[in-house]
Write a protein that binds this ligand. Structure first.
Ligand SMILES: NC(=O)c1ccc[n+]([C@@H]2O[C@H](COP(=O)([O-])OP(=O)(O)OC[C@H]3O[C@@H](n4cnc5c(N)ncnc54)[C@H](O)[C@@H]3O)[C@@H](O)[C@H]2O)c1
Length: 369
């Protein structure tokens, strides 16, 4: 069994999730590469030491450059704020190291483009952290759609809604500063990625972007709290996407409803082990959405649990991601979603901002920034 040294930049919410995933992935999936938690980087020596001890890394550092340069770190996971993504990825690729980067890909469209170019030049494996599309339910939804089970798609309604800033008294933080950390930068990429994965390429968007609470404890909020956009897909289907961090009551409102010519699919991440399927067939009196509870018959479920309906959780998505990242490294072949897929999402985010500014539809095929 071959070992691989992992360095994780960031030990916060996602840094911990990736550290736990890298510790568990070999046992869950029997991966050919077994991760060793070599080094964690954080913003201060104290926090780096704390994360090192709490998560079981061999070393901690307050300078991500040490982590990237360390020979024992053979693959880098970026789980720090968006503005840090690009320099870390570029430095790792320059040394020929594979990179997993949390979403979104950098702090801007130009960051995303530069990161894709650096990945391409290096030939290194790269992956972006769109974890929610990896639930067994959403993987199954993709299979149902690809298999024509609900016919040709006519409509996609998606939302990513949470309420972590619904309280106007919640204090300012790095998340309330700068375009990249607002709702369009932070939450929208997940659901845009889902829309692309489930319904195919988007050709045009018409967006509206709002800041609901412009001041938090005397500190100006410089990014958006909620946004919505209409979109047109290359298939001819149309859709609506909504994103919010001020949606009272929504804790993990990553949800979609997809209508096809032969049926429909509904999903809500707050009930992540259920997929709702409607087939427009049989007598009308017997028709209705069927709740399908995920189990070993669904993608990637059996490795976690043999009991149908017992369920997988958030951390399991990150373990599935780790499995795919390690498999890509082992084979040398990229596995979806790569940095290119992250760039496709960043292009739609930028096009949405442009549409909002112009108060008009933006066509992705002619959009330039
Ligand atoms: N995929 C998901 O479900 C998901 C969820 C939340 C956040 N994210 C993404 O993950 C990334 C991190 O977000 P988070 O919620 O974990 O943030 P967080 O605030 O919880 O943690 C950020 C970490 O980055 C470290 N850090 C900050 N600047 C650094 C620097 N210059 N060098 C080294 N370390 C530094 C901090 O010390 C901290 O440990 C962001 O890109 C965010 O968009 C993804």
């Amino acid at each position: 069994m071959k070992r691989i040294g992992i360095g994780i930049v960031g030990g916060g919410y996602m840094g911990k999730a990736h550290a736990v995933a890298m510790s568990a992935v070999g046992a869950v999936f029997d991966t050919p590469l077994r991760p060793v938690l070599e080094m964690v980087a954080a913003s201060t020596p104290e926090s780096a030491a704390r994360y090192r001890d709490a998560f079981g890394f061999r070393q901690g550092t307050a300078d991500w450059r040490d982590l990237v340069a360390a020979p024992e770190v053979e693959a880098v996971v970026i789980a720090s704020p968006q503005a840090t993504h690009r320099p870390i990825a570029e430095a790792a690729f320059a040394l020929g190291k594979p990179v997993f980067c949390e979403k979104p890909l950098g702090a801007s469209l130009s960051d995303a483009r530069a990161m894709v170019a650096a990945a391409r030049d290096s030939g290194c494996v790269n992956m972006v952290g769109f974890n929610y599309v990896r639930t067994p339910a959403t993987q199954f939804a993709r299979r149902l759609i690809a298999g024509g089970e609900i016919g040709d798609l006519v409509w996609f309604r998606g939302e990513h809604t949470e309420d972590f800033y619904a309280d106007p008294a919640a204090p300012a933080s790095w998340r309330t500063e700068g375009e990249a950390n607002g709702t369009m930068g932070d939450l929208a990429p997940h659901m845009i990625n889902a829309a692309l994965a489930l319904a195919g390429p988007i050709t045009s968007v018409m967006a509206q972007i709002d800041t609901v609470h412009t001041d938090r404890g005397g500190v100006a909020v410089t990014n958006d709290d909620q946004a919505q956009m209409m979109c047109r897909f290359a298939s001819g289907a149309s859709g609506h996407l909504f994103f919010s961090r001020v949606a009272h009551g929504r804790k993990m409102g990553y949800a979609y409803e997809i209508t096809g010519t032969k049926g429909a699919i509904r999903f809500d991440q707050e009930d992540q082990n259920a997929l709702w399927l409607y087939r427009a067939e049989g007598p009308e009196a017997g028709r209705g959405f069927t709740k399908i509870l995920t189990g070993p018959a669904h993608p990637d479920y059996a490795a976690f649990c043999q009991g149908p309906g017992h369920g997988t959780g958030y951390q399991d998505q990150i373990i599935i991601e780790a499995r795919d990242f390690l498999a890509a490294i082992a084979s040398g072949k990229a596995i979806w979603p790569t940095f290119e897929d992250g760039l496709a999402v960043s292009e739609i985010v930028a096009a949405a901002r442009s549409s909002h500014a112009a108060r008009a539809w933006t066509d992705l095929r002619s959009f330039q920034e």
